[in-house]
Design a protein around this ligand. Structure first.
Ligand code: MD3
Ligand code: FE
Length: 209
């Protein structure tokens, strides 16, 4: 069952097979070790994100994409693998019923949430492209808050994102405020390979070269 939460914001629960979730967990575990290790991003104002993040393709540091992780260890992040781009194209095709073949994500942000981690309401506007964002969730279920394009506050729609769920955000929803107010510890299936916590993988088109 597919649900359009707002124009261009499409939720496909249980889209990823268990085997695909296991493959992603293994890949994320490898990326988390380096070349640029997963870490809590430090914001320019001095705040520290409760979520831990590692990137592939391009490194995201608030609020821009770079080839080298100047804010961590100065190294180049892992290459964006072809198989991940293929998964992104399948996601866009299934969500929009459009031939996804022209979707060419060049970066992925991998966020790990422990039981206390949250993400405040924000817009993703560091990409110089209006191509959609593809989001994949693995592990513990979370409360995902999808807002509007005007303000951080109401109106918003609350949705639970569970392991295997796909969400695609494009068109008029691409610049909507969104966040993760809470995760529900102990709700994930350890068969994914993730014993606890939540992984979110977002693919994007940076518009950079
Ligand atoms: C709506 N991640 O990495 S995924 C992020 O679950 C981020 O880790 C959350 O927000 C997470 O920036 C939410 C859903 C998501 C991702 C990107 C979006 C929703 C979006 C971009 C535009 C609009
Ligand atoms: Fe975001």
């Amino acid at each position: 069952p597919m649900r359009e939460i707002a124009p261009g914001a499409v939720h496909l629960p249980g889209w990823l097979a268990l085997e695909e979730q296991q493959r992603l967990v293994r890949a994320c575990r490898a990326w988390a070790r380096g070349p640029v290790p997963m870490r809590h991003t430090v914001l320019p104002g001095g705040g520290v994100m409760s979520v831990q993040t590692v990137c592939v393709g391009w490194h995201w540091q608030p609020y821009r994409y770079t080839r080298l992780a100047h804010d961590v260890n100065g190294r180049k992040v892992a290459d964006f693998p072809d198989w991940l781009g293929e998964l992104g194209r399948r996601a866009v095709a299934d969500a929009y019923g459009r031939p996804g073949d022209d979707y060419a994500p060049d970066t992925a942000l991998i966020n790990f949430y422990d039981g206390q981690a949250k993400m405040g309401m924000h817009q993703d506007k560091d990409e110089k492209s209006d191509e959609p964002v593809v989001s994949l969730s693995i592990g513990d279920t979370c409360l995902f808050r999808f807002g509007n394009t005007e303000t951080r506050g109401k109106p918003y729609t609350d949705v639970e994102l569970a392991s295997g769920d796909l969400f695609v955000f494009g068109g008029p929803s691409r610049l909507a405020y969104h966040g993760v107010p809470k995760v529900y510890p102990g709700t994930g299936d350890p068969a994914t390979g993730l014993a606890s916590g939540r992984l979110n993988i977002t693919m994007r088109v940076t518009g950079l070269r």
